[in-house]
Design a protein around this ligand. Structure first.
Ligand SMILES: CC(C)(COP(=O)(O)OP(=O)(O)OC[C@H]1O[C@@H](n2cnc3c(N)ncnc32)[C@H](O)[C@@H]1OP(=O)(O)O)[C@@H](O)C(=O)NCCC(=O)NCCS
Length: 145
């Protein structure tokens, strides 16, 4: 598996996964903005097949994980954990001191992944996300690097 830079040419494949795995997916504009703004946008692939991707914002000494997703047909094989580890290594390499992220309170797979990778809940943002029935809380999670 290799981790490489995401480019505009990847957006069709990225958006296919994004729309498949997220109830409230990022738009093409969100990804283009992230690429243009110089965020760390990475693709994880095996023999040319995209397995997943992640987007990380580096701000002073704190990295914020803005998105991470694994293709539905490749989930529960340890790939998300590997991709997250790669993003943690990247952040350490860039001298970040902490990684933070927000996750929907109902997103048990992602919360389990983050906990298994050493993240702890450091805050709660009430009614942060739009949801099918109104609004949903976000857990703020963090991990020292
Ligand atoms: C969250 C996500 C990236 C995990 O990727 P993955 O490749 O399936 O995860 P892994 O196989 O590496 O699992 C690592 C650990 O995470 C936890 N986990 C992952 N999926 C889980 C699930 N469906 N239910 C419970 N725990 C789960 C487990 O602790 C697992 O370890 P284990 O397999 O030894 O029990 C993937 O489910 C995904 O793309 N979800 C949709 C996008 C998303 O919600 N992103 C996060 C936004 S904040």
């Amino acid at each position: 598996m290799i981790l490489r830079e995401m480019t505009e040419a990847d957006l069709e494949a990225v958006l296919r996964i994004e729309r498949e795995v997220h109830a409230h997916p990022w738009t093409p504009g969100n990804f283009s903005d992230a690429l243009r703004s110089g965020y760390q946008c990475k693709v994880f692939e095996l023999e040319g097949e995209m397995l997943g991707y992640a987007v990380l914002l580096l701000a002073v000494d704190e990295a914020e994980l803005l998105d991470i997703a694994i293709d539905a047909s490749h989930q529960r094989k340890g790939i998300g954990r590997k991709l997250l580890e790669s993003m943690l290594s990247l952040a350490r390499h860039e001298n970040m001191r902490r990684m933070v992220l927000e996750v929907r309170a109902s997103n048990h797979p992602a919360i389990a992944l983050y906990r298994a990778s050493g993240f702890e809940q450091i805050g709660l943002r009430r009614d942060y996300y739009p949801a099918a029935n109104g609004r949903e809380d976000a857990l703020l999670m963090g991990k020292g690097l």
